[in-house]
Design a protein around this ligand. Sequence first.
Ligand code: SIN
Length: 528
Amino acid sequence: MSTIAVIGGGLAGLTAALAGVEAGHTVHLLDDGALRSSASVQAQGGFSAVTAAGLAAGDSVASHVADTLEAGARHGDPAVAAAVCAAAEEHVGTLSRWGTVWDTDPNGNVSLTREAAHAASRILHVGGDATGAGIVAALRGRAHTLAAQGRLHVSGALPGLSLLLEAGAVVGVGLPAGETLRADAVILASGGISGVYATRTSRFANRGDAAALAWRAGAVLADAEMVQFHPTYSAEAGFMISEALRGEGAVLRDGRGRRFMLEIDERAELAPRDVVARGVARAEGGAWLDAAPIVERDGRGFLAARFPTITAALARAGLDLERAPVAVRPAQHYWMGGVAVDAHARSTVPGLLVVGEASRTGLHGANRLASNSLLEAVHTGLAAVATMGAGAHAEPASLLLGEPVELELAEHRGAPLERVRTLADRHLGVERDAVGLAAALAGLAPAEASPEPEADAVDSSESLAARLIAHAASLRSASLGAHHRRDSVGPATPGATVTLVNPHPAERCATTPDGAAWGQVDARKVLA
Ligand code: SIN
């Protein structure tokens, strides 16, 4: 049996930790308090899976696979999509066994809803629109129990967390004050890059530490340019409005009240998310989400019952979808790119497994299908533990992604966070072009700030992640999926993946030392 350090306590990390304990490994779950705050906790819409109920209604795993690949602009990996979608029902069972209580219909059958780009209703949910919170609460409860029994070690890692490397392999985690936690493998599960952007759906600004740690360790990153923007974010409420509302019949209108999506795509409001996000961004006079069709069909009170979290968040801002449309705009939502991993969650660095949003498995292609993220979090968390069980964690992934671009990226004591976010919102958003990308790169590593690279200088994780996104976006000059170039040249090349690698890996790869990425959390309070 092995010793595993899991970094991050969202759904992917919790899955790896719980499965790791069940498999008899010694598991250390290092968390910054994300047992309370993570992207997973905020997931509204649901968990996509073709279950027996879906099969009975004529759905199929093959259809889920087809939708996943189609939404991903055919850039995803068909083998990965087939494996993940086929395992989805089993993962639903695992989450149920760990205490998740799915919403059911009046007959007691699991309740299924539909989201954009799904050909069928196959989204399971919890608490109406609080799916992530419901699942994570169940798993956290189980983690509490295991920790109380001394079977799971949970601690709040502190600023300056690092990966320990020996002979190019990850052999543990460096903790503050020089302490080290040696492990047979580290499972990196600390999520995406939401904190790079000012306008984001996540209330938890993820710094991008997973990307920064893996980059510094020399792991290949792939599809970094593929950032998803959710089309229906209410800036007034500071809250995302789930695609499930459009799945239930809400429509989008522009400033003149026109249903503009009808003119853009035959699937209208249920077109893939990148298509709808561009439609919303370009809508004349702004865009509004209009739930009147739902109210007409289901009556007053339905929205509050079916979408209690959204209804309450909008109400706090004085908004009520039952009474009037709500202004919406796109906001950064998800990173399809990340640390390139194989089907066993292995990165190209021995001993470093990566799961959840931090990983790039190839499932999402150029645009993630709605509600495939929680599914992937569970799938990769379990895959990592299976890899440990097979003793295959010390083998690096051998990826069929083409030769990575070696990116010489001198680190600087870079741009302040506000500037990083301004540049990302402005130049790394729904639409990009060469001029903007060059401006982003210049602004993120200002030559005047550091004429000579400083030996001990490091970018903040946000700045480093933003630079990686901008470099990858510059390398893909034709639009594909969520990566839309105003100045697109050449044919889209689905399947051709932008991969980046750091030619000078560090011996010890730290998160930003000046940041509070890992908390300042009293370890004893993490599970309190
Ligand atoms: C949503 O509920 O609209 C978001 C679901 C997702 O990101 O998959």
